[in-house]
Design a protein around this ligand. Sequence first.
Ligand SMILES: [Zn+2]
Length: 193
Amino acid sequence: MLSREEVLDIFRRTGVLWEGHFALTSGLHSGRYLQCARVQQFPEENTLLCHELAARFKDRGITTVIGPAIGAIIMAYEMARQLGARCLFTERENGVMTLRRSFTLEPGEKVLVVEDVITTGGSVREVIEVVKQHGAVPVGVGVLVDRSGGRADVGAPVEPLITFDIETYQPGDCPLCRQGVPVVKPGSRQLKP
Ligand SMILES: [Zn+2]
């Protein structure tokens, strides 16, 4: 079992979690920044996290793990490996989430939907619709991080590895600005692990 602190430690080590002073694309400032995709650079750490999350779905009869391309493909693959299941991914075709590449789901088969991070849950909701359209059963949603504060309603129970709230501030009312901490934009070259 990984504790929350151990998960956060993996996030720091793999460059998922940044701590400092950030100007977000929303225009707001924050002392923390999360880029979940970065953990997928590291098979060993990604496996640790997926092993922990997959354990919560053992003995649920899951035969397929599915996630939205591109961001969730690696995670879906590892989760499927851990659960002895198949791995599929959905893609958008003309803006509509769908199963391509002759991927199929059997009516009644139990499917786990995965995503690295959930905020509003938009794309997860669309994947669940695809699963239902095929007559398969979305038994749950496994996410590494729930940033919705548990509020994302996606049509199946969400099981996060951890929940995470990031405080944001208006630039004119930011304690880090007041302390004179240099502000950086995530994704800029100033950010190096
Ligand atoms: Zn600030």
